[in-house]
Design a protein around this ligand. Structure first.
Ligand code: FE2
Length: 413
């Protein structure tokens, strides 16, 4: 594919002149992408056409045959020192992750909400798990054509929430083996964990436990907790993450965690908070997979990633160009709710709920919100529904969608 081979040749030439120094590759790759103006030359359909016609003898060796990162991920060009991928995204969203490779990416089509994070390590659990504090440091929309360098380790911890279907990114990157930094995924409020490393006994024993659960074995919970108690902490946390993804019953999972890590109380409490956050985040990304309107996806992306009300309102103001971002959010929620016949939002946004939410989004306390509602509905009407309205405030402040934005500050901050 000519635009890609020209891009690769230009990057190769620039990097050669810098003696292939690894530390300059992100800069060289980002400059090459910026100069190539790929979005002007290449459409997502061109890549799909190429894929159909390239044939088995000319397809470069694929870096990600199982689409672990992309829907699909396609290697377009491969050299000895770096390669070029196209990552298509439809319903998927990336985890919060760092990289075991160097390079740069460009948004070829669509747009994405890009959030960068800082991670402060407080404690290492073995070599592949770190406990600490994860905080979003910057959030912005990457439009078509935007280029971003990829650094290894904690110099770039980020997530991408893709707003359009499809969103396509071109990634120019080194093979992971050249750099040798572990790839960590991050979860709120602050844990970094490497993907499972294929340890044979741990993997097969986990699969056995999951089978017990699928069979509905009554002894599953007791046996899982027993195994956790006998494992080293790094293996125990790895097992807990695997069980989390396979256990629908949240209360049962929590019981296994508490019993299995009874000897490690502070860590068990911290992990309970991690899995609560993860359940909430997973609920929002599941909602997102059913929503196609880019503005609605944008709102869900903000509710997933941003915990400052002022930042959310500013980003909505920029995107919608509305002088009243609170009202723009309420309009979007009304539209989302109307299209939510399956109830996947978990909240029905009727007029009363939206009126209360509007006040909370303006930064008012529940008491202030009720006072403001008196102007619209009259003091008697508000007084007669006072308990219901306060309960509604509480439900919104602890809801999956608005908990991060409106709820009490979590203990980890
Ligand atoms: Fe990334």
């Amino acid at each position: 594919m000519r635009p890609i081979s020209e891009l690769a040749d230009a990057i190769h030439q620039q990097w050669k002149e810098r003696n292939y120094a690894l530390e300059v590759f992100p800069e060289v790759a980002a400059e090459g992408l910026t100069r190539a103006c790929l979005p002007e030359q290449l459409k997502p359909r061109d890549i799909l056409d190429w894929l159909e016609n390239v044939g088995e003898n000319y397809l470069p060796r694929q870096a990600d045959l199982s689409n672990s990162f992309g829907e699909p991920a396609v290697t377009l060009w491969r050299g000895e020192r770096f390669f070029v991928d196209a990552l298509f995204w439809t319903t998927g969203t990336t985890s919060i992750h760092q990289h075991g490779f160097l390079g740069a990416f460009q948004v070829l089509a669509g747009s994405s909400l890009h959030t960068e994070f800082d991670f402060e390590t407080h404690e290492s659990i073995g070599s592949f798990i770190r406990k600490g504090a994860l905080n979003a440091r910057a959030v912005r929309v990457l439009e078509r054509g935007a280029v971003h360098p990829i650094h290894t380790g904690d110099k770039l911890i980020h997530s991408l929430f893709h707003l359009d279907v499809p969103s396509v990114t071109i990634v120019v990157r080194t093979p992971s083996a050249q750099v040798g930094t572990p790839q960590f995924n991050y979860h709120r409020p602050g844990i970094a964990i490497s993907p499972p490393r294929g340890l044979q006994w741990l993997t097969k024993m986990t699969q056995g436990l999951i089978l017990l659960q699928t069979m509905g074995d009554e002894d599953f919970g007791r046996r899982a907790a027993g195994v956790l108690a006998r494992l080293d902490l790094e293996s125990a946390v790895t097992l807990l993450f695997e069980l989390f993804w396979k256990t629908r019953d949240g209360a049962r999972f929590q019981e296994i965690l508490r019993n299995g890590l009874a000897a490690h109380r502070p860590l068990a409490s911290f992990l309970e908070e991690v899995f609560l956050c993860l359940r909430r985040d997973t609920s929002i990304t599941t909602m997102r997979s059913k929503v196609l309107n880019p503005d609605h996806r944008f709102l869900l992306a903000l509710l997933l990633n941003v915990d400052r009300r002022e930042t959310v309102l500013e980003l909505v103001r920029q995107r919608t160009r509305s002088p009243e971002p609170v009202l723009a959010i309420c309009d979007m929620l009304r539209e989302l709710s109307e299209g939510d016949s399956q109830g996947s939002l978990g909240v029905t946004f009727d007029e009363t709920t939206l009126a209360v939410l509007e006040q909370l989004l303006r930064g008012r306390s529940p008491a202030e919100a009720l006072h403001a509602l008196e102007h619209t509905y009259g003091p008697e009407a508000v007084a007669s529904s006072r308990e219901d309205l306060l309960a509604l405030c509480e439900a919104l402040r602890t809801s999956t969608l608005f908990g991060r934005l409106l709820g009490p500050a979590p203990s980890y901050r």
